[in-house]
Design a protein around this ligand. Structure first.
Ligand SMILES: [Ca+2]
Ligand SMILES: [Ca+2]
Length: 311
């Protein structure tokens, strides 16, 4: 090969290399660009889903406001208690669907009832929590351990208790809050509570601000069972069938023979706290939106805790 044709060969190879390099850079740019687009779309859809959820939440607030104006009690036969059917979300820019449900949170055991206003353990609530755990076939020791989590002092309850001395030995170490909590999922961190136990307990507990009564019209079977140690499973079954048509006709006469006199004042047939659970799907993005709604005596309904979840 003479010198000029060798030079042409080198030029050709260089040209091929440059073309290959440029195509690979272009391809990588296009790929990055597609990923960026995708990320941006996902963020946009997510934002839109949250906005849709907030809109639906205000609609639910009006349902709960109307309910208070129209009815004196709260029970599972009311409009708010039925599942929200799937609703289309349709506009020029947003296409999707939402559905959800409202739950009466006073149908659950409020773990903040475990302490009184001075931060001392409330023995009645502690015993009720023990009965709830037994009804769910869980370890009743969890009640005393939960009470220590909330109570103001650092002295572990006896025989069941756990304070900082236990938790600071964990890896990672943590400490007890020693005050009322805002989310019952904190109990998953208790000494002796594993995931399986917590999953069983979770639908029956709640952390509401301050001390609250129990709405017997909506209480879960296990919570009804926890009201007295002498209640049998068949007592609970007949209570549930008695309340089926619009709640208990006469709460006092039904329960006065079933529960201890000191439990009776805690039983209610109205509710101030509801949990809204909304599933919003916008294009490929789905969110689950939780909102705790507090309804005041004049019908004002305000969200006091919002979160995004997975279940
Ligand atoms: Ca009502
Ligand atoms: Ca404590």
């Amino acid at each position: 090969m003479n010198a000029p044709s060798r030079q042409r060969g080198v030029a050709l190879i260089t040209a091929i290399l440059i073309t290959a390099l440029v195509s690979s850079v272009a391809l990588s740019l296009a790929w990055d660009n597609a990923l960026d687009m995708r990320r941006t779309m996902t963020l946009l859809y997510r934002d839109q889903a949250v906005q849709v959820a907030i809109g639906a939440e205000s609609w639910i607030q009006s349902i709960l406001r109307d309910d208070l104006a129209e009815t004196d009690t709260d029970h599972l036969g009311e409009i708010w208690a039925s599942e929200l059917p799937g609703l289309p979300v349709q506009s020029d820019v947003v296409q999707g669907e939402l559905f959800g449900s409202i739950e009466d949170l006073q149908g659950r055991f409020n773990v903040n009832n475990l302490i009184d206003q001075n931060g001392d353990v409330d023995e009645l609530a502690l015993e009720q929590f023990q009965r709830l755990l037994i009804a769910l076939e869980l370890d009743p020791r969890i009640a005393g351990i939960a009470a220590d989590w909330l109570d103001a002092n650092q002295e572990a309850g006896f025989p069941d208790g756990a304070e900082d001395a236990i938790y600071t030995g964990f890896i990672p170490a943590y400490r007890t809050p020693n005050l009322a909590i805002t989310n019952a999922t904190e109990l998953a961190a208790l000494e002796g509570v594993d995931k399986a136990s917590f999953d069983i307990l979770a639908p029956h507990i709640v952390a509401l601000p301050g001390r609250t009564g129990i709405n017997v019209n909506t209480a879960t079977a296990a919570v009804l069972q926890s009201l007295d140690e002498n209640l049998s499973t068949s007592d609970v079954e007949s209570l549930i069938s008695e309340r089926e048509d619009g709640g208990f006709a006469d709460l006092q006469s039904t329960f006065s023979t079933l529960v201890a006199p000191e439990i009776l004042p805690q039983l209610e047939e109205t509710t101030s706290y509801f949990q809204l659970r909304l599933v919003v799907q916008i294009a490929t993005v789905r969110i689950i939106y939780f909102s705790t709604l507090q309804r005041g005596p004049r019908g004002d309904v305000v969200p006091i805790l919002r979160s995004l979840g997975t279940t």
